[in-house]
Design a protein around this ligand. Sequence first.
Ligand code: MG
Length: 208
Amino acid sequence: MLQTPPESAVILFDGKDLSNWVGRDGGEPKWKVEDDAMIVEPRTGDISSKETFTDHFLHVEFMCPDMPEASGQAKGNSGVFLQGRYEIQVLDSYGIEVPGKGDCGAIYNQFAALVNACLPPLHWQTYDVIFRAPRFNDAGEMTENVRVTALQNGLVILNNVQLPGTTAGGADSAVAKPGPLRLQDHGNLVQYRNIWAVPLPLEGSDQY
Ligand code: MG
């Protein structure tokens, strides 16, 4: 998939610094930046983009640490929270035959990845995500759920799944509002790089 952001992209992290991010409670982000990547600084909290999004396309690259002694949710855990509310799991799930709802590429505890697209730890991987925010009628009632389509390393892992709600650990339940991209500190030294998003119009024109 796209490695180079189009001109319309909002660059969230280009390898230089965390100036587009805030840390826990809106404070300074404490994660480290090294070799064009940002690295989770364990127990300093999640970080969030200053920019917020409604419908958008997201590109993010991540790399899990090598933790051969660890297993399950303790192995290279982090996460990409769309709008700060819906987590696409980041985990070292390399080699797992049938990925589950807690494994890498899952909408956490809602939808498992369709296939295991994971590369081994210490390899850069990509997520390319199309996020469609929920829709509401004039009375403020939700008429269409959030939808997510995602590719991991170029393979489709989520095909237009409709989310019943936010995932555990979501920032808030104000689902009608735009939200930031949030990256999870789950205590493991996961790295991220080359993060950008393209805001999408809510619909095209009605012209033929
Ligand atoms: Mg996680």
